[in-house]
Design a protein around this ligand. Sequence first.
Ligand code: NAD
Ligand code: ZN
Length: 367
Amino acid sequence: PLETVRVELGARAYDILVGHGALSELGPRLSQMLKRPRAFVLTDETVARHHKDALEAAVKSAGIRLDWLSLPPGEKTKSFSQLEGVLDWLLAGGADRGDTLIAFGGGVIGDMGGLAASLMKRGMGFVQVPTTLLAQVDSSVGGKTAVNTPRGKNLIGAFYQPRLVIADTALLATLPARELKAGYAEIVKYGLINDAAFFDWLAVNGQKVLALEPEAARYAVARSCAAKAAIVAEDETETGVRQLLNLGHTFGHAFEAANEYRENLLHGEAVALGMALAFRYGAASGITPAADAARVTEVLGASGLPVSLEGFDPARFAADRLAALMQQDKKARAGRVPLILARGIGAAYVHPDADLASVERFLASEL
Ligand code: NAD
Ligand code: ZN
């Protein structure tokens, strides 16, 4: 059985179909959507190697012909020059506004595919078939698209919503365990933001989710998508509540930058560490109950995610260096940084002006 999560965005509302085998819905759904039996598929070489045949099979009965473009896997692909290549491929293939681009891959392919779709003839149809856990619960929901530039990540982009998302948890079977856990950190995030009951459920059932047991995986992915969808429906362009999705990310982005984005610290790992630190900083500041901070550390740690700075290069992760990186946050002012803190598990809030000196002292105490 599949679960459908509706993203309520007025005339641009769309469905997220979640579950083991959800891909089989792609053919029937596309036939209702397309003006002609043809679609463009953007993917990466790893995803194509594992799952191209499954996607072809899913649209075969609907008689849809697919044009494929496979790019090299990895964050470097999310670039201006690759974006230009995607647009040229679409133009060469005669893509029209009425045609649809399917992003078949992780967040890299989804983010760049969405931006390409938004630009193509000022907007062609866009469908996401996310193949990483992170993409299924986070990047494919909400319509943020982007490419990176040498001056920073995700600086060039647009808000552009897909018409359909299909999150087939069976596709995750080939994902490396570390990537799976990194995506799982974003699932835990939704429990920590505003859903303590979900956090409790994850504390008991997390291993089943990570083992990709179909029922558990469907439940966790669907509940995560619903959580993000509700926040996005309320604040599509991140002027208010959408900021809560940054829980663990202000710390996390500083760790990723301090680490120069090397692959020994994945984004989700940095976020897990960042969430544990946000809760412990909250506890140290008298905002978060200490027992909640300890429980968050324990539950994230039990799933194999990093929860402390121990073992990281002390020079690279020096407190003053991390604080300087946090000062570069888009919304930071002199000596102050916006942080997502929590009054407890499931009770996150935007703290608009945390004192950077106290954050730095806290980080020094953690090293
Ligand atoms: P990714 O797309 O690079 O995928 C990670 C790795 O997994 C890649 O090597 C990929 O080839 C491989 N892979 C993908 N699916 C696979 C499968 N089923 N089996 C085996 N291997 C598979 O990275 P990601 O973690 O999915 O996404 C990270 C990106 O998402 C970042 O660029 C980030 O900025 C972006 N992001 C965007 C949003 C948003 O709201 N738009 C939110 C969070 C993250
Ligand atoms: Zn994230």
